[in-house]
Design a protein around this ligand. Structure first.
Ligand SMILES: [Zn+2]
Length: 304
């Protein structure tokens, strides 16, 4: 199986605790690294997890509440001090570029490397990255400021050609690409060899969805449908439901409900309020709705 995993750098909500940092995580797809959110201290947590910072080329910021991006200027500066040359692509809401540039200007820093911003929009899903192996789609969440989640999805592989069968039928090499694309083979005399005889399905595609921060938002279930691993915020327990609704955050039960509605395989809860020292009751609430639920732990890696 090709590597597809996520390492949690921070699973706390707005306030850090002794064991939980501010939101950030790294998605690793076949050793290509993507940073998702960048709370304060993220560069230290990358180091602690021995993640090679220089390999990060793409950073995705969900929204502009400080706990999700106050680490970005520090990371951008560190790359500069380390003499980075490769372009760094940052995806996020519109004012982000202005915020970072004003900080660089104030310190009279001219970066050694290209820093390229891509504005996300929060009204509809949009593919924002695709390298032929994996795609990243942003999608709207329900929060007090414009916020998007991110869906990482493998690109479907072409069907696998059964070379020995193709050779037995004397099919020319020039026809292989069309067969891999799903076409039948028709020879010069008009004989048809069905695609199903010549190919087999390749491995199913896997996907990972990141949803933080959001209130309970039912359309989300369609936007992340069938994902293998769903990370969903669970700031509060059910007794804080009124507060969750008011602040547009989710409860553990909300997160589990989205997991169930979307047909996700597994749910990873995160973005926990610092008020909870023991998260087991929160986990129990979610599990009553969706059994395949885990609590995200800082510095832990989860396979997609
Ligand atoms: Zn927020």
């Amino acid at each position: 199986m090709k590597k597809f995993e996520v390492t949690i750098l921070g699973s706390s909500a707005a306030l850090p605790t002794r064991s939980r940092n501010l939101p950030a995580q790294v998605v690793n797809y076949r050793d290509r690294l993507f940073l998702v959110d960048c709370g304060e201290g993220t560069q230290m947590h990358l180091k602690r997890n021995r993640i090679r910072m220089g390999k990060i080329m793409h950073i995705f910021i969900s929204h502009l509440h400080g706990d999700h991006f106050y680490g970005l200027i520090g990371l951008v500066s560190t790359y500069h001090l380390l003499g980075r040359k490769e372009a760094l692509h940052v995806y996020g809401p519109e004012p982000l570029e202005q915020i970072i540039r004003v900080q660089l200007e104030a310190s009279e820093t001219t970066l050694f490397y290209p820093l390229i911003f891509h504005t996300t929009q929060h009204t509809a899903p949009e593919e924002i990255f695709n390298d032929g192996r994996i795609s990243v789609t942003s999608f709207p969440l329900l929060h007090r400021v414009p916020t998007t989640g991110f869906l990482f999805r493998e690109i479907p592989h072409p069907r696998k050609l059964l070379r020995d069968v193709a050779d037995r039928y004397g099919i020319p090499v020039g026809a292989f690409d069309a067969i891999r694309a799903g076409n039948d083979y028709v020879d010069e005399e008009g004989n048809c060899i069905p695609n199903g005889l010549l190919t087999q399905e390749s491995a199913p595609v896997r996907s990972y969805a990141y949803c933080s921060d959001t209130g309970f938002y039912e359309p989300l279930a369609d936007m992340v449908r069938g994902c293998d691993l769903l990370y969903h915020e669970a700031t509060f327990m059910q007794d804080m439901l009124a507060s969750a609704r008011e602040k547009q955050h989710a409860t553990a039960v909300d997160a589990a409900t989205i997991a169930r509605l979307s047909g996700a395989n597994r749910l990873l809860l995160g973005h926990f309020s610092a008020r909870y020292e023991d998260l087991q009751p929160l986990l129990e609430e979610a599990k009553a709705v969706f059994s395949q639920t885990e609590l995200a732990e800082d510095n832990a890696t989860y396979e997609v």
